[in-house]
Ligand binder design. Structure first.
Ligand SMILES: Nc1ncnc2c1ncn2[C@@H]1O[C@H](COP(=O)(O)OP(=O)(O)OP(=O)(O)O)[C@@H](O)[C@H]1O
Length: 255
């Protein structure tokens, strides 16, 4: 898996109750791309992301990572390649301390204690949360939990970072700090979000979903400049493209 490409080939997915969440979905994401997945509530974003780490498998069609299909057989390899930050950090943090949570993945991969410790410290430093290492995760603020959840993924050293609504429930400063942090990552990034202003800052490419299919796929500026397309997808232009006088331009709230 030297080239971490992602391919969805004619993917259809129905939940056990029969809800068809993905239909005829095809897309290709190249190594190093930063791609936003946007769309109205229920358009299929989380279902799509769940196929990237084998939480769900296609009902029909194929998902390939690095040219290999995501399947039970390839899962151990896929989960080292693809790291997912869930929408709710509480789904990701369950150990007594922050250190233990970030160490959990590398320990499971069988690394020696010294390697685990160095990965944990590096990951917590990257997200600016090293001082939290002995704290119980459930006592942290929302922004701190999000940072630690990202560290749990970084400690696995994945090539592809998948994030579901990373800025949800963050205050403006924590949101800006997170965006600035994500900008420094050279990973392939796939971000499902309703925060279109963040997309403008982070993603050169945007894929718009509607009813489980790709409605549009192209350069972010072009997608957000197409008012008819946005209306069809039940989306609104990012605030910073609406000429809003009080909306902060990029990075204006960095302390
Ligand atoms: N566990 C489930 N069982 C049945 N249907 C589901 C389940 N989870 C999601 N769905 C349905 O699948 C479709 C896609 O949902 P999904 O959560 O992927 O959308 P989304 O774009 O992530 O939405 P949101 O923006 O609200 O998070 C919706 O019709 C939803 O009701």
């Amino acid at each position: 898996m030297s080239h971490h490409t992602i391919d969805f080939i004619d993917v259809q997915y129905s939940y056990p109750d029969g809800t068809e969440a993905l239909r005829n979905l095809g897309l290709h994401i190249g190594h190093g791309e930063s791609v936003a997945i946007v769309g109205a509530n229920g358009s299929g974003k989380t279902t799509l992301l769940s196929h990237l780490i084998g939480i769900l498998f296609p009902t029909t069609g194929t998902v390939n990572i690095g040219g290999f299909p995501v399947s039970n057989k390839t899962l151990p390899h896929i989960r080292q390649t693809v790291g997912m930050v869930f929408q709710n950090p509480d789904d990701q943090l369950f150990m007594p301390t922050v250190f233990d949570d970030v160490a959990f993945g590398p320990l499971n991969l069988g690394f020696e204690a010294a390697e685990v410790e160095s990965r944990v410290i590096a990951a917590l430093k990257t997200v600016g949360a090293l001082d939290l290492k002995d704290r119980p995760p459930y006592r942290l603020s929302g922004g701190q939990k999000r940072a630690v959840a990202i560290a749990t993924v970084l400690a696995m050293e994945p090539s592809i970072l998948v994030m579901d609504e990373p800025t949800a429930a963050l205050d403006p400063l924590a949101r800006r700090q997170l965006i600035n942090l994500l900008e420094t990552f050279s990973h392939t990034k796939i971000i499902a979000t309703h925060d279109l202003d963040m997309v403008l800052d982070l993603c050169e490419r945007t894929i718009v979903l509607k009813n489980g299919s790709v409605l549009a796929d192209g350069p972010t500026g072009e997608i957000f400049g197409d008012e008819a397309l946005l209306a069809k997808a039940h989306l609104e232009k990012p605030l910073s493209m609406q000429g809003c006088p009080i909306c902060s331009p990029k990075k204006s709230i960095i302390p």
